[in-house]
Design a protein around this ligand. Structure first.
Ligand code: FES
Length: 368
């Protein structure tokens, strides 16, 4: 700071000669120095991680498949699959036996970590939570990704480290606001001074911790109660709508689970033997997405004039939905690829896409 002050005096004298008030220059130098503090430097990273983890947590809570233990897109299926290759497979297997609890803990953990750094409330603790979550994802979901840097989780784990070390630097921080209030109540100066006793500092830290914890507990409690209710209701309602209906059910009833947006009835609304598409609707070499009987995404392919095949669009690596990129499939999550017969051609997946039996009846492609 003495250098800055000296610089301020020299520049002030120079600029005074040019007519600029020295106080404005000093203010600018102070602003420059402030913007170079860790709190401001880490602000973009903090915002990105906060928004991303809040988004990830909310996506899980609002995903109707997430807690559905029968869905290949659910957290249970993902954990069972991850356990086979993870170095902490035994722990993942135990967690899979309590998939609902584990799934909610993951979702709310992401929400808490994201909200904590966004609000600047117990920021270091939130960063530690975010780092541990990212590390656990790296050891499970991303473990078989090669090369390792294709998986985002290892990057997230390291991205949390600066926030764990430096905190929020009192920039846009609820914790800093609480600390300022406590110091005021204790009749202390806004910033600690050299003459301040250890006992006074301890009193401040104790009160800040208690109030921050109480506020975090209040926000967390309301979020957990509301989020759990939403997640369980979403799972229950999905379980009802995903139950295959009899083959005689009217097609195209608009039930949830029909995702291809076409007027053609999907398998989910028609059950086994239901119409997936009119044979003429899918050109040779093209594909049509539909919803399988269990509510998961699937693709119908028309590889040659007289044949149709269908595959589950659930990636066998970690359950992300794959896209048809003719003539094969590609998973956006970790880059697995499959050929037109569902066989793995690249990436971390080791098993082929699940085949769905189909046949042509009366000009329609039906399941079965
Ligand atoms: Fe990992 Fe598809 S889920 S590659």
């Amino acid at each position: 700071m003495p250098e800055i002050a000296r610089l301020g005096q020299v520049s002030a004298q120079q600029t005074q000669r040019r007519g600029t008030p020295p106080s404005s220059l000093r203010a600018r130098l102070r602003d420059d120095a402030r913007l170079q503090s860790p709190g401001w430097i880490l602000l973009p990273l903090r915002a990105f991680l906060g928004v991303t983890f809040v988004y990830a947590g909310l996506s899980k809570i609002l995903d109707p498949h997430y807690l559905d233990s029968g869905s290949p897109l659910g957290v249970h299926a993902q954990m069972v699959h991850a356990a086979t290759a993870s170095p902490i497979g035994w722990l993942v297997s135990v967690s899979a036996d309590h998939a609902t609890f584990t799934g909610l803990a993951i979702a709310f953990g992401e929400l808490a970590a994201g909200a904590g750094v966004l609000l600047g409330l117990l920021t270091r603790l939130a960063a530690l939570g975010g780092m541990l979550l990212a590390l656990s994802f790296f050891l499970t979901v991303s473990w078989t990704t090669t090369p390792y840097y294709y998986g985002a989780d290892i990057v997230f784990a390291f991205a949390w480290t600066p926030l764990l070390l430096a905190g929020d630097g009192s920039v846009y921080s609820l914790g800093a606001a609480i600390r300022a209030r406590v110091r005021e109540e204790l009749h202390l100066t806004p910033q600690p001074t050299a003459r301040e006793t250890l006992a006074a500092r301890d009193a401040v830290e104790r009160r800040v911790l208690l109030r921050s914890g109480a506020l975090a507990g209040l926000i967390g409690g309301v979020t957990v109660l509301g989020g759990t209710a939403i997640a369980l209701v979403r799972r229950t309602s999905t379980g009802a709508t995903l139950t295959p209906t009899p083959a005689s059910s009217p097609a195209g009833t608009g039930q949830p689970g029909e995702d291809d947006g076409s007027s053609t009835p999907s398998a989910s609304s028609a059950g086994s033997g239901g119409v997936i598409a009119a044979a003429s609707e899918v050109a040779v070499g093209a594909a049509k997405s539909f919803t399988a009987a269990d509510g998961s995404p699937a693709y119908l392919l028309h590889p040659s004039a007289d044949s149709f095949v269908a595959f589950s669009a659930v990636c066998t690596h970690q359950g992300c939905p794959v896209s048809f990129v003719g003539p094969g499939f590609r998973c956006p999550c970790h880059g697995a690829s499959y050929d037109g017969s569902g066989q793995v051609t690249g990436g971390p997946a080791r098993s082929p896409l699940a085949k769905i039996p189909v046949r042509v009846v009366g000009g329609n492609v039906v399941r079965g």
